[in-house]
Design a protein around this ligand. Structure first.
Ligand SMILES: Nc1nc2c(ncn2[C@@H]2O[C@H](COP(=O)(O)OP(=O)(O)OP(=O)(O)O)[C@@H](O)[C@H]2O)c(=O)[nH]1
Ligand SMILES: [Mg+2]
Length: 333
């Protein structure tokens, strides 16, 4: 049935493996150590977070210019509306709050908006851990793959990339340049070839080489493009043939500047292939960070990371607590 992958594989699929030492590592090492919570690293992370959302937080400040102990209901409501949160979510969050709202009361309600997202089980990570990256054109898929690969590599894990966007030659080239820069192997093919075959070969190669992470790029597509979405379904099925359970995570990349359009797109993709988590990009340039509330609340999906720039290091873990505290620090004493 999958004879297609055996046919002329040598000719069609080119695998480029940069020389690197493969560091074997237990999956448990991928989980951030708990002790870190008390170390200065977190302090640093907090300020990165505040910096990443500086435009959004400035927006909040413009509504509440002077920090206060209690803030009246209408002011908070206006602040949330200004930051691009859907009105029905604001209504839900603020239902029953008093006329003068304390920090702790508002904090609880805002953090709650993220809480229905399913817990991610990090205790038993398969090897290779296969991630399929999905999204509309230009959302930041390929750049985010480079960021994830950089992060995994700096954690001591091995990574292999699959150039599954076979639609444009430039897309294959773009990912190859990143792979070269980061120093990770890439499995790629020629433009126009079957992207499922690339996914299959990338996973098979990672299994053979005992690699920790496989990240597969896909072509940008609209949720309305039936044929392209059939292709996506096929890639998902083929990943599972290469390694049972793969892809372990289907990651939806959303452009953070798109607001509610991004939510609608993600909903449609979720219906087609089932999304496991979201990465929101381009939050560095926007004051619309409040859209994260809508994204998480409406999709009932976790936001894993946020993209805050074009460089390989510009990816940070998303924490609802830190995000909400950042907001509250700007308006409460
Ligand atoms: N400022 C900023 N720019 C970003 C971020 N992520 C991606 N970009 C830029 O957005 C543009 C598109 O990024 P790509 O990674 O090529 O997007 P893509 O989804 O792979 O695009 P297609 O393959 O064409 O569908 C590039 O210019 C990136 O540098 C981000 O977090 N912040
Ligand atoms: Mg791309």
């Amino acid at each position: 049935m999958f004879g297609i992958f055996k046919r002329n594989k040598k000719e069609e699929i080119e695998e480029v493996v940069q020389e690197e030492t493969i560091v074997k590592q237990d999956s448990k090492d991928l989980v951030e150590p708990k002790e870190e919570v008390q170390t200065p690293v977190v302090e640093e992370k907090k300020s990165i977070f505040a910096k990443a959302f500086s435009k959004t937080f400035e927006n909040f400040k413009s509504v509440v210019p002077k920090k206060q102990e209690k803030i009246d209901f209408e002011t908070i409501e206006e602040m949330l509306i200004e930051s691009d949160i859907e009105y029905e979510i604001i209504e839900k969050a603020m239902d029953g709050l008093p006329e003068q709202i304390k920090r702790s009361e508002l904090r609880h309600r805002l953090v709650m908006l993220f809480e229905h997202a399913p817990e991610v089980d990090t205790s038993n990570i398969p090897k290779p851990f296969v991630e399929l990256v999905i999204g509309v054109n230009g959302a930041g898929k390929t750049t985010t793959i480079a960021k994830l690969a950089t992060m995994y590599k700096s954690n001591g894990s091995t990574v292999l990339l699959g150039a599954g966007d076979t639609f444009r030659a430039a897309a294959i080239e773009q990912l190859s340049i990143w792979a070269d820069k980061i120093g990770v192997p890439i499995v790629k093919t020629k433009q126009g070839h079957d992207s499922s075959a690339v996914a299959f070969d990338a996973i098979s190669s990672a299994v053979a080489k005992d690699i920790d992470h496989v990240i597969i790029d896909t072509a940008g597509r609209l949720q309305t493009q039936v044929n392209l979405n059939k292709e996506l379904e096929k890639i998902v099925k083929v990943c599972n043939k290469a390694k049972e359970g793969a892809p372990h995570q289907k990651l939806m990349i959303l452009d953070g500047t798109q607001g509610s359009t991004a939510v609608a797109q993600a909903k449609a993709f979720h219906d087609i292939v089932g999304i496991d988590g979201i990465i929101v990009t381009k939050l560095d340039g926007t004051a619309k960070g409040g859209a994260l509330f809508s994204i998480s609340n409406q999709l009932e999906l976790p936001i894993f990371y946020i993209g805050v720039g074009e460089k390989a290091e510009d990816l940070i873990s998303f924490s609802p607590d830190e995000f909400v505290d950042g907001i509250l620090d700007t308006i409460y004493i």
